[in-house]
Write a protein that binds this ligand. Structure first.
Ligand code: DX5
Ligand code: ZN
Length: 221
């Protein structure tokens, strides 16, 4: 399978964000993963629309925007307009009719859609939305913070969602986020993931290109 690496800028130095993104681009990263937190859906606050706008001006890389916010249907259009290439939000964060409307709005703006599931949420909840999705994101830590330990008990859920994707929407990508490094990458790829988010495993090391390469080599099982 074609594996994509999506470094999370949550662990980057925000003062020199454009340089950080250029380093991962030169290092062969596929997506820039942007973590948006509102202090309500998760117990942390990070960055938002203005930073996505600035990133859009600074790079032509694919911006994979992960919204960890309450009632995301209120904001998905604004993130599309700010320059996101893909907008991902949490299935736990909104009502079913608002989830459907938000996915349709993202599509109408010509952007890619994704839904994310927290560790305690069963993978089957994505089924009613799968025909509208370009990607599913399985959290392999509780969302909110970088640098947490990978939850190996998420591997069966990744396998289950991979089976659903293969049956109903083979073009849909399967992303994992949380505690991914060169040790855990082979486990998630074996379970069916094809997009690997890595925050501290990339930006926590001085040589980002080497960090990306190490994860890519480890994932090539
Ligand atoms: C956590 C975020 C992640 C985070 C991953 O809520 O969604 O994207 O940056 O960080 P690491 O790779 O350090 O677990
Ligand atoms: Zn994330």
């Amino acid at each position: 399978m074609d594996i994509k690496i999506a470094p999370s800028i949550l662990s980057a130095d925000f003062v020199r964000l454009a340089d950080e993104v250029e380093e991962i681009r030169a290092g062969g990263a596929d997506y820039v993963h942007v973590d948006v937190m509102d202090g309500l859906f998760v117990p942390n606050i990070s960055i938002g629309i203005p930073v996505v706008k600035s990133l859009r001006k600074a790079t032509d890389m694919f911006l994979d925007v992960h919204l960890m916010i309450d009632r995301p249907h209120r904001y998905v259009g604004k993130f599309c307009d700010a320059g996101a290439d893909l907008v991902c939000f949490h299935v736990e964060a909104d009502e079913p009719q608002d989830i459907l409307a938000a996915l349709d709005e993202i599509k109408a703006k010509g952007k890619k859609t994704a839904l994310s599931v927290k560790p305690k949420t069963p993978g089957s909840v994505i089924l009613p939305y799968l025909d509208r999705l370009d990607m599913v994101l399985v959290m392999t830590v509780e969302p909110g913070f970088g640098g947490q330990s990978f939850m190996a008990d998420m591997l069966p859920k990744i396998r289950g969602i991979r089976a659903l994707i293969n049956e109903y929407k083979p073009s849909c990508e399967l992303e994992v986020d949380g505690g991914i490094d060169d040790k855990t990458a082979p486990l998630v790829v074996d379970a069916g993931a094809n997009v690997l988010v890595a925050g501290s495993a990339v930006f926590g090391r001085p040589d980002r290109a080497k960090a990306i390469e190490d994860i890519r080599m480890a994932a090539a099982i």
